[in-house]
Design a protein around this ligand. Structure first.
Ligand SMILES: [Mg+2]
Length: 123
């Protein structure tokens, strides 16, 4: 059965890169949004197996989307992975505190990214 992954990312180049990397994984359906508001709404109707959220979005940030999703029973255990260029001390802790399962920093290390996503798809 196909697994579903939902990506919310407002940067077009990053989104293209995510799709290119994830497109190499078998049996995976990819859904995307470029705004937080749309992402938060559509994630709830698509029920993805894994969610990737950019932290810095123009409307609702990824941290708030994650908090909202974690309030819902069906997303309590879904792997939700943050992608962010924040590199300040304590940022990773704040992100994980919001309920994210994992954190990937930009610029993207492609091998590391693919590996983390593959692992979360198995769960
Ligand atoms: Mg962004």
């Amino acid at each position: 059965m196909k697994k579903k992954i939902y990506i919310v990312e407002d940067n077009e180049k990053n989104l293209e890169l995510f799709i290119a990397v994830l497109g190499t994984l078998p049996n995976l359906e990819i859904f995307t949004s470029i705004t937080g508001k749309e992402g938060l709404k559509l994630i709830q109707s698509k029920n993805p197996d894994v969610i990737i959220l950019d932290i810095q979005l123009p409307d609702i940030n990824g941290t708030d989307i994650c908090r909202e999703l974690r309030k819902l029973k069906k997303f309590k255990k879904t792997p939700i992975i943050a992608v962010s260029s924040f590199a300040m001390k304590g940022d990773k802790e704040r992100i994980l505190e919001a309920g994210f399962s994992d954190y990937i920093s930009k610029p993207l290390n492609i091998a590391n990214f693919r590996e983390k996503i593959q692992k979360s798809l198995i769960l």
